[in-house]
Design a protein around this ligand. Sequence first.
Ligand code: UT7
Length: 307
Amino acid sequence: MGARFIGWGTAVPDRIVTNDELSLTLPTSDEWIVERTGIHERRIGGTVTSLGVEAGNKALLDAGVEAKDIDFLVLATSAADRITPATSAMIAHQMGLSCPAMDVNAACSGFMYAVRTAQGLLETGNKRVLVIGSEHLSAFVDWSDRNMAVILADGAGAAVLEYDPTENDIISFVLGTEGGDSELLTCEHGGYFWMDGKEIFRRAVRAVVDSSEKAMALAGITSAELSLVIPHQANIRIIQAACQRLNIEMDRAVVVIDRYGNTSSASIPLAFADARDNDRVHKGDYALLTGFGAGMTWASAIVKWSK
Ligand code: UT7
């Protein structure tokens, strides 16, 4: 018995903001941003609700199910449209869902935490859970702070998970939180995102490598057996450093940070969608999904696609 991914969807705002455009108002350059982060451009706009609704509806269509078929909505976001009600309630309403809905916030690990939550919901009697990662991070960016402005962006991704009595896509899961590191990346009420980028970078590589090794050990596989790595997209150099330590060549890693920047809990589903569009997702293949973020939080899972 288990949880299967049966449909995916994404949404990004139309507005593209290039590095050159940011360089007009910030002391930065296309050359610096590309070299230090791998980002060429990002999408800015929408709301957590609007992007989440679009991605969610596409995921339902892709799964071949309707709103009435969804038993639970779990929204991962670190930039909720309001403090209350939960943004998931507004998304559920606009999608025509009549099921329970709730937000989870585990920062950039949020999508993975939401998938883990969905897995538990499926094991306790729900048939289908819609998981959405949606972010409107630009609402909390100080556009005079080059440290954050060049990195953060908006977008959404969604997946429908279905209970299956015979098949299981999620082979192992490793999650963690170290709240002692909460000051490293923070956004106060009424304020803006702030981070100690260097320290986050170091800890992120360590968290990804450790949790990925544990997830592989639990699944009983080695990195040589992975067809794909679908990592959180925070910095191309974090992905490169982690892959190198895990003995995974970069051609097995999915990279979309060049086009979308860091979209926090939307980045893993955006990367998955890109991999599938490029025919990189095949039935029976093992993939490592791995994320990290403010908290600090981290989450790695080994997935074996059954579809
Ligand atoms: O989503 C999860 C959470 N976030 C992350 O994972 C982010 C992790 N951290 C990072 O991605 C990187 O630390 C950054 C991209 C934020 C910064 O890159 P870095 O290589 O750590 O740069 P740095 O802070 O060491 O700065 C290097 C130089 C400095 O100049 P000097 O002192 O060498 O003259 C900075 O002042 O680059 C300068 N700098 C910039 N220059 C142009 C810092 N930010 C910028 C910028 N444009 N945006």
